[in-house]
Design a protein. Structure first.
Length: 261
């Protein structure tokens, strides 16, 4: 089983959902992945819902604020990368041409985080763990297994994150055209970058993947629960992937295949 007690700095360690309908999202993902949802007080932020699988923390969600919703914000998944210091990561991101939204801040006694936007417009969190390391279980069915940047400028993005987190990247080409970039951290595969044609100036974004035993069954269940299929299923050699959208509009991906422990 993919149990975790710590993460090496530079490793994706958590994902949470910012949603326009917390109750609807909890119902959807609980039935799709078998997650249990526990609402927890989160100070001025209101309520944070911890998502668990057989008692293991696998993700979280919270309802989008009224101001963001009034500005037309839609639901989205948000990825976290473990760092030794959120403040140092924020400072380094600025040096590399990124944007830091506000300053690094404490999340109760769970940890400290900084919200970082790369030069291509994608955002993620730099997470300095304290009481909360992130997901205590990954890769298994119903758990996060991969994080992928959908980017219209993979070269710029890859250089930024390599400078920020120390990632090693390897480009894959077909007929002289870049088709994918793999990300390694601390000797392990850590995610990837998918070159895309971003339409209408849309920013790049990070897409979390969750393992499923069967793509067909997961797709059927998602559609039964009013979710949508955006792409796939697609065979990629190592397994099968599909991109889905939940009823509130958040995009995520599923993976059927072998995973690391």
């Amino acid at each position: 089983m993919g149990k975790r007690e710590r993460y090496e700095p530079g490793t994706f360690s958590w994902a949470d959902l910012v949603t326009t309908d917390a109750e609807g999202a909890k119902a959807f993902y609980s039935r799709l992945f078998g997650w249990e949802a526990e609402d927890m007080p989160a100070g001025e932020a209101g309520v944070y819902t911890m998502l668990r699988l057989d008692g293991d923390d696998v993700g979280g969600l919270y309802e989008m604020g009224a101001e963001q919703r009034a500005q037309g914000g839609s639901s989205y998944w948000f990825s976290y990368v473990t760092v030794e210091s959120a403040d140092a990561a924020a400072e380094r991101a600025r040096e590399l041409g990124g944007t830091v939204h506000g300053e690094a801040f404490d999340v109760l006694d769970s940890g400290r985080m900084a919200i970082i936007e790369d030069p291509t417009g994608a955002t993620l969190a730099a997470w300095e763990p304290r009481a909360h390391i992130g997901a205590s279980r990954v890769n298994d069915p119903g758990c996060m297994t991969w994080n992928e940047l959908q980017s219209g400028d993979p070269e710029t993005a890859g250089a930024f994150y390599s400078g920020l987190f120390g990632w090693e990247t390897q480009s894959m080409e077909e007929d002289g055209k870049l088709v994918y970039v793999t990300i390694s951290n601390a000797g392990s595969m850590n995610g990837g970058i998918m070159p895309t044609e971003q339409q209408d100036g849309a920013p790049s974004y990070w897409l979390p993947y969750f393992t499923v035993p069967s793509s067909e069954e997961a797709i059927s269940k998602a559609q039964e629960l009013s979710g949508e299929v955006c792409a796939g299923p697609l065979d990629i050699g190592a397994g099968r992937i599909s991109v889905l959208r939940d009823p509130q509009g958040a995009t995520f991906a599923i993976y059927e295949g072998e995973t690391d422990d």
